[in-house]
Design a protein around this ligand. Structure first.
Ligand SMILES: O=C1C[C@@](O)(C(=O)O)C[C@@H](O)[C@@H]1O
Length: 153
């Protein structure tokens, strides 16, 4: 079982390239910056994070199943391009019934039309996009509120 109050932070394909990948769209922050931001934010609520990244759809599904097995309190997911294609990721999120927030670094609604639909958004209770990596911080704050965890003073 995971430590009490663990949030799984899942990043999908190409997000390991954050910082160098199309910085005009995704900014200069790296995945390591995202993971530190998530850990620091979760800590403010007495929560922990388990951060994973994979370029493979099946491995992301395995992470979601693992989150369930380890009794994670929430999932933050940026499934990258799989957001727009993966019924299997949608189904995994629905199956485990863990409160999930979808994050996109860029504003997917202001980009190509093929990014407008998100399967993972349909399986999440909330979705954030366009805030850059700050979206992950906001997602953790929203998730904490959703599960009734207050910031430590
Ligand atoms: O890989 C990504 C990154 C992304 O999820 C984002 O964080 O803005 C948006 C997706 O459309 C894209 O395929």
């Amino acid at each position: 079982m995971a430590a009490a109050g663990t949030i799984y932070v899942l990043n999908g394909p190409n997000l390991n390239l954050l910082g160098t990948r199309e910085p005009e769209t995704y900014g200069h922050a790296t995945l390591a910056d995202v993971e530190k931001l998530c850990a620091d934010t979760a800590k403010q609520f007495g929560l922990a994070v388990d951060c994973r990244q994979s370029n493979r759809e099946g491995e992301l599904i395995d992470f979601i199943h693992e989150a369930h097995a380890k009794k994670a309190v929430g999932i933050i997911i940026n499934a990258g391009g799989y957001s727009h294609t993966s019924i299997a990721l949608h189904d995994a999120l629905v199956a485990v019934k863990i409160p999930a927030v979808e994050v996109h670094v860029s504003n997917i609604h202001a980009r190509e039309s093929f990014r407008l639909h998100s399967f993972t958004a349909k399986a999440a209770f909330a979705s954030l996009c366009g805030f850059g990596i700050d979206g992950y911080r906001l997602a953790i704050m929203g998730l904490a509120a959703r599960i009734g965890v207050k910031a430590k003073t």
